[in-house]
Write a protein that binds this ligand. Structure first.
Ligand SMILES: Nc1ncnc2c1ncn2[C@@H]1O[C@H](COP(=O)(O)OP(=O)(O)OP(=O)(O)O)[C@@H](O)[C@H]1O
Length: 410
């Protein structure tokens, strides 16, 4: 694990240009990178959410730029014709293909404790002549430090926000009746979304569209269309933090229902980056609202919002890493009878890393490994199952993983 720069021979044999597009939300970073991608003879878009991968896939195809789709749940690959472009979630990035252009969105996610490894893999392993990295300026220093180990220069394009974002000096005073047309209220639990939708519809007479991560992409696109269409009768959006990354919606004002979120262990204050991303959805360039606004539902939360929005963000320190299947195979060779979940634990304890990297947590992988332990699988298959982006907090998903795994067992 000490020299990830040596892991991807194909990428090391490719002369790559690394171009960063950095700036605040709604500054046109992704737009500029995507303009380049759509003219490429071959290319890939790697997004942080399947919703975004799907949006890009739809947008390219409807503009006549043929594009395939690869996400954990969905593969739409045309075999009848040459398709130059692929839109995928970053975990599904095709590292075995030689490409002209790759766009890796939300590059600051490289420091995410669980998913960061996927951005690191894409950065280290893409065999593309041009790699466009879009995201927050906090990533510049880390990307440069990693690229030094690859003998690659980094070009940096900095952007300014295209339309103003104002912080309100009043909250909604806890009263949903203060909701207006064009508002998007952001909440952090799926149950909360439907309760809130019902409450708002009852108290205000506005109809609400809803968007959250687990929604099927077609339904999400339909909900976004309803909200964006001023004549649809759906004037308010109730959304989870899934709207925080990249999506372009006609939002006048973002309202934080709360400034805290349950992170799987405890209720914690929202992270600075997350708050800025979500607030930044208001007043998107070339939408119906030239100026965006952000506020909170509760009066007591408003000073927190102001404080967080004024907090400068620290530069990222290190990038997530996860062992490749061959690294795990070599390790397993030394400990032949050890159950896979324990093997992952041992690996986590023993791995030595260069200071530019940290080991992504194996929490989810270990949980899947325990669930499918009694299936007699080849190690690469087990590795694939355990690294799949399955929501392990959903018991039905975990149960189904076992069912899907059973026919793969030898
Ligand atoms: N030069 C341009 N011409 C037309 N539209 C543009 C241009 N630049 C950006 N836009 C539009 O402005 C909106 C915001 O741009 P974009 O999504 O690229 O911002 P971003 O900086 O990547 O934002 P975020 O980080 O919030 O996702 C999009 O709807 C995009 O299509």
């Amino acid at each position: 694990m000490r020299r990830p720069s040596e892991w991807h021979i194909g990428a090391r044999a490719t002369r790559r240009r690394i171009i960063m597009h950095v700036g605040p939300t709604n500054s046109g970073k992704t737009y500029n990178a995507m303009q380049r991608l759509q003219t490429a003879e071959s290319g890939v878009y790697c997004g942080p959410l399947r919703l975004l991968a799907h949006e890009v896939y739809e947008r390219f195809n409807s503009a006549g730029h043929l594009c395939n789709l690869i996400t954990g749940e969905d593969r739409r690959i045309r075999e009848d014709v040459y398709v130059p472009l692929t839109s995928c979630t970053v975990e599904m990035v095709p590292l075995n293909q030689k490409l002209e252009v790759a766009v890796v969105d939300e590059i600051q996610m490289i420091a995410d404790p669980s998913r960061g490894w996927a951005w690191t893999h894409a950065l280290l392993g893409l065999q593309a002549k041009e790699i466009h990295l879009c995201g927050e300026p906090t990533a510049i220093d880390l990307i440069k430090r990693i690229c030094e180990t690859l003998n690659e220069e980094v070009e940096v394009n900095e952007y300014e926000r295209l339309s103003p974002l104002q912080l309100a000096d009043k909250s909604l005073n806890g009263n949903l009746k203060n909701i207006r047309k064009g508002d998007c209220i952001v909440t952090f639990s799926r149950e909360g979304i439907f309760g809130l939708k019902q409450e708002i519809e009852m108290q205000t007479g506005y109809r609400c569209a809803v968007i959250y991560g687990a929604l099927p992409p077609e339904t999400r696109a339909e909900q976004a269309r309803l909200f964006n269409d001023p004549n649809s009768g759906y004037d308010v959006l109730v959304a989870s933090d899934a709207i925080g990354m990249g999506l372009n919606l006609n939002i006048r004002r973002v309202i934080f229902e709360t400034m805290e979120k349950f992170d799987g262990k405890a209720v914690r204050p929202l992270q600075t980056s997350q708050v800025k991303q979500i607030a930044g959805r208001a007043g998107r360039f070339q939408t119906a609202y030239a100026v965006g606004e952000a506020t909170t539902l509760e009066k007591s939360d408003l000073p927190k919002l102001h404080r967080v929005m004024a907090t400068p963000q620290d530069n990222l320190k290190s990038a997530g890493l996860q062992p490749t299947v061959s690294t795990i195979e070599q390790f397993a060779h030394q400990l032949p009878r050890m159950p896979y979940s324990q093997l992952l634990g041992q690996f986590e304890d023993m791995a030595k890393l260069d200071g530019r990297y940290f080991m992504c947590n194996f929490k989810d992988a270990k949980q899947i490994a325990e669930r499918i332990e009694d299936l007699d699988m080849l190690l690469p298959d087990r590795y694939m199952f355990c690294t799949s982006p399955a929501n392990v907090r959903d018991l039905i998903v975990v149960k189904n993983l076992y069912k899907v795994g059973a026919p793969v067992a030898v």
